[in-house]
Design a protein around this ligand. Structure first.
Ligand SMILES: CC(C)(COP(=O)(O)OP(=O)(O)OC[C@H]1O[C@@H](n2cnc3c(N)ncnc32)[C@H](O)[C@@H]1OP(=O)(O)O)[C@@H](O)C(=O)NCCC(=O)NCCS
Length: 261
């Protein structure tokens, strides 16, 4: 059954896990755009720069082409709206922090917008914020050797908590942890080059929070996280490297992408 797109008309809602900040300034926003992977059209393909066209051509499976194309279109459409420029004028740089190849975290050249992309199963998701690094991850809850994976990706404290999760809840709990951890590590721009086991998160059935970190890239006091809602067969999270709780709004990106042609 197709997963349901979030209601694009829903009220903006603060679903960040931190205590509400006291202050009179407007909270920082984080917009999250959800789409199913879309097929190539001349307009969408025309938005790709040459480096992206080379990557696109390199994907052998159509589903991977569609996920990549959709992510790039989402970033350009959302950035164009935020910056009040044409989507074709949005220049992206995806240089890897490590090797410089164009497979890293995308940045919007010449702007302080921060973006993050994730794709899994039927979903492609984009997170956008102004001036604050963000990371997003969506994971389809799928067959996996979750106990073995937890042994690698979880901290000793998390493993102890995870062992007490009833067998029937274990797969969902694992992907909750995974999506939350990956969101935080993607916000840093280093991704999983930082060992996931360096983070200790709150339990899967508690609001998301980094309880402890031995990673120099992740300051426990400066991370805010929110679980997202792509439907029961998925887990998803957005993280922002900030001390202030942003206001996150989930949107259906169908109209945003349709406007690109
Ligand atoms: C980024 C990473 C977490 C992706 O994991 P995944 O679950 O397979 O994929 P997701 O769909 O969630 O995310 C993919 C997106 O993450 C983004 N991304 C790539 N590298 C990233 C990084 N270091 N930090 C944050 N985001 C990154 C890209 O936008 C990518 O999508 P795109 O290529 O279509 O634009 C994982 O591949 C990773 O950690 N890579 C970097 C590890 C590393 O060692 N890099 C150095 C190698 S030279």
């Amino acid at each position: 059954m197709a997963a349901k797109l979030p209601d694009s008309n829903q009220e903006s809602r603060s679903i960040w896990s931190s205590v509400r900040d006291v202050g009179h300034h407007r909270p920082m926003r984080c917009d999250v755009w959800w789409s199913h992977p879309v097929s190539e059209t001349p307009a969408l393909y025309g938005l790709l720069d040459q480096v992206e066209r080379d990557r696109y051509a390199g994907y052998r499976r159509d589903v991977d082409k569609h996920r990549f194309l959709t992510g790039r279109a989402l970033i350009r459409a959302a950035a164009a709206a935020a910056l009040d420029i044409a989507p074709g004028a949005v220049e992206l740089d995806s240089s890897c922090f490590d090797c410089g190849k164009p497979h890293g975290k995308p940045t919007v050249v010449g702007s302080s917008l921060e973006v993050s992309i994730s794709h899994s199963g039927e979903w492609v998701v984009l997170a956008v914020a102004e001036g604050v690094p963000v990371g997003v991850d969506v994971e389809e809850v799928r067959a996996a050797e979750v106990d073995d994976l937890a042994g690698i990706a979880f901290s000793p404290a998390e493993r102890a908590t995870f062992r007490s999760v009833p067998a029937e809840d274990r797969r969902g709990a694992f992907f909750t942890y995974w999506a939350r951890k990956e969101a935080v590590l993607k916000a840093t721009g280093k991704g999983m080059s930082v060992a996931m086991s360096k983070l200790t998160l709150s339990a899967h059935d508690e609001p998301p929070r980094v309880a402890a970190s031995t990673a120099s890239e992740v300051d426990v006091a400066a991370v805010r996280m929110a679980d997202l809602d792509p439907g029961p067969d998925y887990r998803a999270c957005v993280a922002a490297l900030t001390t202030e709780a942003p206001e996150v709004t989930e949107h259906d990106a169908t109209a945003l992408l349709a406007a690109l042609g």
